[in-house]
Design a protein around this ligand. Structure first.
Ligand code: UTP
Length: 278
């Protein structure tokens, strides 16, 4: 059974400067809720109640968000404003939170390896909270992936078809289709030029990883941009065993970019917040 979900939240968020100069990108709100809370809710809904945060300098607001604010609680206790705290109280009641710090931002692969001390020797989920995934009338994306893990017991990446002109922003997979929207990965390339991309199936920020990924990451040399790339480690895992890629049900917004962030804000406002279910 998967119990833990890792959140690498140490990145600089340069695409959102100056907003992210002193505020973590993961605390940017989509309407009234910070990005990281959407991710944590998705994990908890999937049964992953132990939340492991890999933070860094300047990210204390994230740790504070997942704690009680006594002064605020005291101030609004018994007033009509108390209901605004309901959804975060719910998260705090269900989840447990652990943290470690990534001291040098050496990429996603390095951030995941930094989280080894919180995960140990068990399979775990990974959510990049700047990829907002919504499937509000149905199962969340992590819940869909947990079901697949329980069936296949190997690492799984979530994928989405993207236009070829955007392919350079992603890790890209190719593989044999095993079932509806499920592929056994044979190739994985990080941020390929369109002419080198094997397909248009891009990896997005949801993973289930088996714990052998830690040893593989330890032995993975820095790749593209001088960073330890999770894609390179997953390629090794795919060659030695099995990695699945899954075309999830639901919507995904790239909230690490300004256009994706605006699109998500409009979508959530119109379809979730205005309906009273945010
Ligand atoms: P991004 O590629 O979006 O990088 O990282 P970033 O630094 O957050 O944003 P930009 O590109 O500068 O605007 C994907 C995820 O991996 C985490 C980020 O916090 C984000 O959730 N990350 C990345 C780390 O935790 N550590 C790193 O060294 C790099």
């Amino acid at each position: 059974m998967i119990r833990k979900c890792l959140f690498p939240v140490a990145g600089y968020g340069t695409r959102f400067l100056p907003a992210t100069k002193s505020m973590p990108k993961e605390m940017l709100p989509i309407v009234n809720k910070p990005l990281v809370q959407y991710g944590v809710e998705e994990a908890i809904d999937a049964g992953l109640k132990e939340i492991a945060l890999v933070t860094g300098r300047g990210k204390r607001a994230i740790a504070d968000h997942f704690d009680i604010s006594y002064e605020l609680e005291n101030q609004i206790a018994g007033t009509s404003k108390e209901r605004y705290l309901d959804c975060i109280r719910n998260v705090l009641e269900q989840g447990t939170f652990m943290m470690t710090r990534q001291r040098q931002m050496k990429g996603l692969g390095h951030a995941i390896l930094t989280g080894e001390c919180l995960i140990g020797d068990e399979a775990f989920g990974v959510i990049l909270s700047d990829d907002l995934c919504l499937n509000h009338d149905d199962e969340g994306v992590m819940a869909q992936m947990v079901k697949l893990y329980n069936q296949f017991r190997c690492s799984i990446v979530a994928i989405q078809e993207v236009p070829m002109e955007d392919i350079e922003k992603y890790g890209v997979i190719a593989g044999e289709e095993m079932g509806d929207g499920l592929y056994r990965v044979s190739t994985m390339v990080e941020k390929p030029k369109p002419e080198d991309a094997p397909t248009n199936m891009a990896v997005i920020g949801r993973y289930i990883l088996t714990p052998d990924i830690f040893d593989i990451l330890r032995n993975t040399p820095p790749g593209k941009n001088g960073e330890v790339q999770l894609t390179d480690a997953l390629m090794t895992q795919a060659q030695n065993g099995c990695v699945l890629a899954y075309k999830f049900r639901g919507k995904r917004f790239d909230c690490g970019s300004v256009p994706g962030f605006i699109e998500a804000t409009n979508y959530v406002y119109e379809n979730i917040y205005a309906e009273g279910s945010a």
